[in-house]
Design a protein around this ligand. Structure first.
Ligand code: GLY
Length: 275
């Protein structure tokens, strides 16, 4: 983690905490926290999103709240700074959960979500070359995410990403798939994932962690058990943020590092890249 990334994470944690402290919902705190990370260009999301093998940024995001299990998501959205806001608008302004591709982009533009300054540059690789370059195991993740608990006892989770390195045009990972990249339920907890999406989807990690919480496991035990299953069953790699409605949380990863942090309003926010 660079010092700029650490400073950005601390700033985002402070903004999220102060919103909650002033009575905002967990949903708003998650969205606003993720917007800071998307805008920074320092992570693989929003302004910093990776490009697919044709040179285009296609981004994914989702958000969910645990009181009524409302959720919204976008996949393969292009040209906007804040996919997390597009996901929230899908949840709040439509009867749907997931919008994809150019029509998700049209939806975001209709709602006047800020456009990225640098429009996509299309690459010149043939499709055969792209197939040869495609990675077999997603490296260099950098997906951003957040979980929060508000005064009413509602939890929320969100995530936003530009995907993985060397991906085919049109590839979508775990991030916009409810139950894989995020899940939130006031009866169990909120989970946000980062990592290799192809492995996370096959284990439906976020919902599986919530199910373990529902069986009475602690946040740390539930996270470690499911991440271990990810490794043993599908040779996966990921990191997770877990928060329960009682305020118990865990940050756990089976990757070599995971830049993350927390803050409960006391002292300074804790930010590290190993947990
Ligand atoms: N976890 C982000 C992705 O695989 O797209």
């Amino acid at each position: 983690m660079t010092s700029s990334q650490a400073a950005c994470l601390r700033g985002a944690l402070q903004v999220g905490y102060h919103l909650l402290d002033r009575g905002s919902s967990a949903l708003v705190a998650v969205e606003q926290t993720i917007r800071i990370l998307e805008r920074s260009g320092l992570f693989n999301a929003g302004n910093g999103a990776h490009r697919q093998l044709d040179g285009v940024r296609r981004m994914d995001a989702s958000i969910m709240e645990g009181e009524r299990l409302r959720a919204g998501a976008v996949a393969s959205i292009e040209g906007i700074v804040h996919p997390i806001t597009a996901a929230l608008l899908v949840m709040e302004e439509t009867a749907h959960v997931l919008l994809v591709g150019p029509l998700a982009t049209k939806f975001a533009k209709y709602h006047r979500i800020e456009l990225q300054k640098h429009q996509p540059t299309r690459g010149r690789l043939s499709y055969g070359s792209m197939l040869k370059q495609m990675t077999t195991k997603g490296d260099r993740h950098g997906t951003v995410g957040a979980v929060a608990l508000d005064r009413s006892g509602t939890v929320a989770a969100g995530a936003s990403t530009g995907g993985i390195d060397l991906m085919l045009p049109g590839r979508v990972g775990d991030t916009p798939i409810i139950g894989c990249g995020v899940y939130a339920d006031n009866e169990t907890g909120a989970v946000s994932m980062t990592g290799w999406g192809e492995s996370i989807m096959r284990v439906a990690v976020a919902k599986t962690i919530c199910d373990r919480l529902g069986q009475g496991k602690t946040a740390g035990t539930a996270a470690r058990w499911v991440l271990q299953k990810l490794v043993t069953r599908v040779n996966g790699s990921a990191g997770t943020l877990v928060l329960t409605p009682r305020g118990q949380f865990a940050i756990s990863h089976v990757t070599s590092h995971m830049a993350a942090g927390w803050w409960d309003g006391k002292g300074k926010p804790t930010v590290r890249d190993q947990f």
